[in-house]
Design a protein around this ligand. Sequence first.
Ligand code: PGA
Length: 254
Amino acid sequence: MSRTAFVAGNWKMNGSAEQVDAFASTMSKAASELTCDLAVCVPAVFIERMGRGLTAEQVALGAQNLAGEIEPGAFTGEINGAMLIEAGCRYVIVGHSERRALYAETDDVVVAKTKAAAAAGLHPIVCIGETLEQREAEQTEAVLSRQLKAVLSGCEASELKDLVIAYEPVWAIGTGRSATPEQAQEVHAFLRAQIGGQDATMASSIQIIYGGSVKADNAADIFAGKDVDGALVGGASLKADSFIDIARAAQQAG
Ligand code: PGA
C-alpha cells in the first residue's frame, strides 16, 4: 500500500452511552501507537459524546448519513453537513447498501449527499457494492461501474478531493462471509482503473477500502491486496479491542 491506510468503524444502529464511553476510553489509550487514518461513525446522537471521550486526535469522528440538502430548513428528521461539522465530524458514510436497499437511496441521492458532504467540508466515504444475485449473474463490474461513475461524473473535481470509496459486497455485510482477499483485490484494482480513466492522479491517491465481515482474524489477509487501503468495519468496530487489532493489521500491511 503506497497510500495511508484507513480504517473506519460503522456502528450502524448499535451502541449505548456506556458502550461509547468504554470504546472511547480504550481507544484513547491505544491511539498513540496507531499511525493509520482512523474514524468511528456512530449514531448521530452519540457523536458529541464520543468526541468528548476520545482524547486522541488521530481518531476522527464520523456520521453514517447526512441530508442531501445543504441549507437548513423544513426537513424534519434530517441533519445537514454543517451540523455534523459542528458536532465534530470529519467523515460521513454516504450510500451504504443498507440505505440504498432500505431507504431507497438511488445513485442520484448518493450524488446529492456526496456534494452536500463536500460543501460542508466532510470527507465522504461513498459505499458501492453488488448483491449476490448480481455477482452470480456476472454483473459485478457493470453495477460497480454504474455506482462509481454516478459519483465521479455527478460531482466537480473539487467535490471529490476528499472522497473515500468503500467497496462493500452486499453479500459479505454482516454475514460472516467476507470476500476472499483475491476477490477484494480484483475489484479494487478494477475500481482504481475506472477512476484512472477519468483522473490518473486521483486514482493513485484515493483510498479504496473494503467492507464486509472484516474481523481481527481476516484483516491482514484482506489488506495484503495492493489496492486495498483499509476497511469499513461494522460488527467488529463495536469493541475497541477488535477495532484496534484491525487498525494494527492495516498499518502493518502499509
Ligand atoms: P460488517 O459491516 O463488518 O458487520 O459486515 C460492514 C458495513 O456494513 O459497513
